[in-house]
Structure formats: structure tokens, C-alpha cells
Ligand binder design. Structure first.
Ligand code: AHR
Length: 525
């Protein structure tokens, strides 16, 4: 069956510069290739894609911080002031726009005073959410802020509502942002930081419907009003304040919050995790999975499109002026625990499938660029759908890392509407469209085209038409591999890496041959 999304024909096509690109790398026989037609409506620009859509999330969970980012100054692992050199470099190269910290569920048990002052004197607590292990508090506010400065990112602090108080939250803000001679600002100076920090985003609690306090939306709406009142910063330095919202298909939290909160709320957060089976108790494995879990994973990923749309409808009704943004501040794959590993550490392998999940999410987030002003993949290092995996001194960049890297030009780009005609890819009772597309004009004026070929068995022959622009050449990079669960290991860290695609003319046209199971980002000139 052919899927048709607003394909315009006839006179419009006469205005088009017909472009087709050929991927010489990994080119396969044209026989059996899925025929895909894409039109980029370059004359009809849409919203700006906020760079923060490419945000990250780092929680005190498993080896997400300890071992993954922080090894301490005395470690044999090469580090600068305790931060792993390899991880810092990799993240710097990724242009990470914002990092959310310290949780997650951990945030609602975190008391910031535990994480300041001389490290040897910091209290050791139990991380009750994640494995019941000792939390040394070696990595606290100063360490997080130093790390953020090292990788050049904005910060999104998640405050404690579940087991904290408005006073504790207010004090933390004062400690971080005050330039006065208050006792708290002076304490920060005594602890080594003279200048106040910039806190760009502040979250009032996390998952308050669950680990953040098991609240009703109405109860939390009142708490939000109370806590947010005291989140203060010097004039001109107020962070954007984020309310903890719902998850999955739910829209009640967005509805109740926008009905009951009339000030201080700059954004509502939302969480959605992709599970291959869709069943929490038996999520599915990160490697060695059948094709039925390949397609179901991609299908479940794309459900976020309708979940965002549902919440946008609520926001458009209650906040027609568009003052409240929608942040998907936790998303990504969540698989069954790896055998032999502590289940509470949420360590999982990351394969080509995860890169496609990332690409599909990006393409969807771009379409909602007006409301979706930030998203944060869960999580940055060693946890869930990570960019980076480490084992002692070893490090591997995951296929998800490369998907983020390829999409860097979309940060701050102007969304361009596209039309696509593509066959479906089906297996058993699951059907998805075989190719997903997104286009934008980047901040340098270059046209960027992102394509995901969901079909693991069939190459796609993609012909792209661009309205309002003559395209002379096209080149870019594609990420693919032979196996659905191909991954980078510590011994073969470069097994899955993007390779270049060189545009090639065929009969007066440029034709792109998109390999099966691939993500590509192409620059059109
Ligand atoms: O990312 C792991 C956990 O998932 C977070 O701590 C929590 O917010 C969510 O349930």
C-alpha cells in the first residue's frame, strides 16, 4: 500500500528543481528498491527548531555520573579535575545544547547541601531508586556546573519537590545565582566559585505522578504554584521554570496545569520511553532481537507523534498565545536488563536500531517545533539509550551518538514542510511507512534533508523535488550496518559509523539510494 502525505503534483512540480541523489557507498541493486518521492517546500518556512531539542539528561543512576563522567582527580583514567577527558571531548564535539541534572527520580530525593563543600566531608547517602548503592555526593553542584562549562552546555536543574521544601529550593537558587554578599552566596565563594552561575532552566519536581511524590495533577498544580513562587534569581537571570507533566498518551496533566497555573510556568515536561514490546514487565532485549521487535520498536517510537499532537491540542485550547512550551525531557529506548548486570543501573546496549529510533524522534520533534522547545534523551552516558558507553578506561561512541552528530545542522535551523510518497514496510500485524523525512534550512542557509529507511531488507530509491530552489549538488552521511543489532563494542568501537554519500547523476537526475535500515543527513546546495 502506498502512503501519501500531501504530495502535490502537476503545476507545483513544474516549479520544482527535481533532485535525486545517489549513495555510491553501500549501493545495492536497484531491483526491488522501494520508490520514494519527497518534495521539500523550501518556499514555505516553518518554525525554528530550537537547538535544545537536542538536549541530554544525566542522572545519578548506575554509571551515568560516577565512572561515566566523573572518575575523581586521583583516577588512573585520564581526567581533568576529575572529569573523564575522553567523555568530555566526545560531548564537546556533539554540541550538546543543554543537560538536565541530577534526575529523574533521583532529583526528588536529592538535597543539594549534601553535594557542596570539601568532598571528604560530604555525607554518603543511599540511592534508593537506583540499585540501593552508596551515593557519595562527590559529584554535586560545583562539579555539575564545571562539567557543563567544560562541554559548553546550558543547564537544566531538576529541583526536589517530593521530599524537599520551597525553602530548600529557594536556597539552592540563591546559592547558585546570587551576586550579593548573602551568607549563601559567600558560601559558594568559599567553596571555590566566585561568579554566580547562569541557570537557564529549573524544573519543579519530576514525574510527580509517580516517583516524584505520587500526586494527583490538581495537588501538584498547587504545589507548583507554591514552589515556583520562591524560585528566584537576580533580575535578567530568571531561569525558565518547568512544571512536571504527564507521560505517554496522557493529556490530563497538561490540561490541569494550564487550567490551574497562571504564572511562572514556562514549560510543561512530558516523558515517553520506547519499549520493543510495549510491555513494561517484558520490554525486549537490546541485542539479538527478532525482526518483529525491530518493527515494533520503530512503530512504538512513532507513537510519540500522536502523543505530542494530543498535548498540543490541549495547550492550543488553554494557552492559545503559546506562552507555555512542551518539553519532552525524557525519551529514548528502555530495554530489559542485561543478564548479569544490576537491573537498577539501567545499562543497555545501543545498536543501529537505537540510531533509527533517534532519527525518527528528531524528524517528529522537528514537525512540532513550535511547541516542542526542548527534549532530553535518557540518558547521556551508560544509562538507557546512551550516547557513550564506558568500561573502566574504555569508551565507545554508540550509534545514537552518531545520529545526534549527523543531525547537528538541524540545531537552530528553520523547519521546511515536506511531502512524501513512500510504500509501507510490514511484518505480521505491524505496518509502518518505510521512509521518514525531515528538512530544514540551517543557520548558514544550507538545505538539510534527513531520511530514515525503516525497512531492514529493502533499499529505497529516493527522488527529491525542491520547490523554490535550484539544487546543483547533494552530499552527506549515512549510518547503516549489516545487522539490525550492529553496535560498537570496546574492542570494535568503529563498527557502526557514518560514511559519506556522494551525489551522482543518473539520466539527468540525481538519485539517492538509501540503504536498508539506515539514517542519512544530506546537504543540498
Ligand atoms: O530515566 C530513568 C527514569 O525514568 C527517571 O529517573 C525517571 O524520571 C523515569 O521514570
Amino acid at each position: 500500500m502506498t502512503k501519501r502525505n500531501r504530495l502535490r503534483a502537476g503545476s507545483l512540480l513544474l516549479m520544482c528543481a527535481c533532485v535525486a541523489i545517489a549513495a555510491s557507498a553501500m549501493a545495492q541493486s536497484t531491483k526491488g528498491a522501494a520508490k520514494v518521492a519527497v518534495t521539500i517546500r523550501a518556499g514555505e518556512p516553518g518554525a525554528t527548531i530550537n537547538p535544545n531539542v537536542y538536549g541530554q539528561f544525566a542522572e545519578h543512576l548506575g554509571a551515568g555520573i560516577y565512572g561515566g563522567v566523573w572518575v575523581g582527580e586521583k583516577s588512573d583514567i585520564p581526567n581533568t579535575n576529575g572529569f573523564r577527558n575522553d567523555v568530555v571531548k566526545a560531548l564537546k564535539d556533539l554540541h550538546v545544547p543543554v543537560v538536565r541534572w541530577p534526575g529523574g527520580c533521583f532529583a526528588d530525593e536529592y538535597h543539594w547541601r549534601d553535594g557542596i563543600g570539601p568532598r571528604a566531608g560530604r555525607p554518603v547517602k543511599v540511592n534508593t531508586h537506583w540499585g540501593g548503592v552508596a551515593e557519595t555526593n562527590e559529584f554535586g553542584t560545583h562539579e555539575f556546573m564545571a562539567f557543563a562549562e567544560m562541554i559548553g552546555t546550558k543547564v537544566y536543574i531538576s529541583g526536589n519537590v517530593g521530599s524537599g521544601s520551597p525553602q530548600e529550593m529557594a536556597d539552592w537558587m540563591e546559592y547558585m545565582t546570587s551576586d550579593t554578599v548573602s551568607t549563601l552566596a559567600n558560601l559558594r565563594r568559599k567553596n571555590g566559585r566566585d561568579k554566580p552561575w547562569e541557570v537557564q532552566f529549573f524544573g519543579i519536581g519530576n514525574e510527580t505522578w509517580g516517583c516524584g511524590g505520587n500526586m494527583t495533577p490538581e495537588y501538584y498544580a498547587n504545589l507548583f504554584r507554591q514552589f515556583a513562587t520562591y524560585v528566584k534569581a537576580p533580575r535578567g537571570h530568571r531561569p525558565k521554570i518547568v512544571a512536571s507533566g504527564g507521560h505517554d498518551a496522557g493529556t490530563t496533566w497538561a490540561d490541569v496545569l494550564t487550567t490551574n497555573v497562571h504564572r511562572d510556568m514556562d514549560a510543561i515536561s512530558h516523558h515517553y520511553y520506547t519499549m520493543p514490546t510495549g510491555v513494561w514487565e517484558k520490554k525486549g532485549n537490546s541485542v539479538g532481537f527478532p525482526e518483529s521487535e525491530w518493527i515494533s520498536t520503530l512503530k512504538h517510537t512513532m507513537q510519540i507523534d500522536e502523543y505530542i499532537t494530543g498535548n498540543e491540542k490541549v495547550l492550543d485550547k488553554n494557552d492559545p498565545g503559546g506562552k507555555v512550551a512542551f518539553y519532552v525531557d525524557e525519551w529514548g529506548t528502555w530495554y530489559s536488563p542485561e543478564p548479569g548486570r544490576e537491573p537498577g543501573f539501567l545499562y543497555q546496549q545501543n545498536t543501529l536500531r537505537d540510531a533509527l529510533v533517534a532519527g525518527l524522534n528528531f524528524n517528529i520533534f522537528h514537525r512540532h517545533a513550535q511547541r516542542v522547545q526542548m527534549t532530553n534523551i535518557a540518558q547521556m552516558v551508560n544509562v538507557l539509550q546512551a550516547m557513550i558507553l564506558t568500561d573502566g578506561p574504555k569508551m565507545a561512541l554508540t550509534p545514537t551518538y552518531y545520529a545526534f552528530q549527523m543531525y547537528i545542522p538541524f540545531q537552530g535551523a528553520t523547519f521546511l514542510p515536506t511531502d512524501i510518497t513512500t510504500p509501507d514496510y510490514s511484518l505480521g500485524t505491524d505496518t509502518v511507512q518505510s521512509v521518514s523525512v525531515s528538512a530544514a534550512r540551517d543557520i548558514n542557509g544550507t538545505l538539510q534533508l534527513a531520511l530514515v529507511n525503516l525497512d531492514p531488507n529493502r533499499e529505497a530509491a529516493v527522488t527529491t523535488a525542491v520547490t523554490g530552489m535550484q539544487v546543483k549538488s547533494a552530499s552527506g552521511r549515512v549510518l547503516t550496518a549489516k545487522a539490525m543489532d550492529a553496535r560498537n563494542t570496546f574492542d570494535t568501537p568503529e563498527a557502526v559509523k557514518p560514511v559519506s554519500i556522494v551525489a551522482k547523476k543518473e539520466g539527468g537526475k540525481l538519485v539517492l539510494r538509501l540503504p536498508p535500515k539506515s539514517v542519512a543527513v544530506i546537504q543540498l546546495q
